[in-house]
Design a binder for this molecule. Structure first.
Ligand SMILES: [Zn+2]
Length: 71
């Protein structure tokens, strides 16, 4: 038989999001953004580094426009 009790548990929840490119606060209720996580591997110059980026849509569009042949 299993019995249950009520406990209080502390958890980390997302609070605010800021664009890593322009620094503006992203209104996560009203706008979307790019969330990117990259664990760099052995064959990179950043072996083992974990990079996390949040980019607002405006910065994403500018960044994307800078790609060769990108639009
Ligand atoms: Zn931005």
């Amino acid at each position: 038989m299993e019995t249950y009790k009520t406990i209080l548990k502390e958890v980390q929840v997302r609070d605010e999001v800021y664009c890593d490119c322009c620094g503006k606060k992203i209104d996560t209720e009203g706008e979307d953004y790019l969330h990117l996580e990259k664990q760099w591997g052995y064959f990179s110059q950043k072996d083992g580094e974990n990079h996390v980026l949040d980019i607002c849509e405006g910065c994403y569009d500018k960044w994307r426009g800078s790609f060769a042949g990108g639009k």
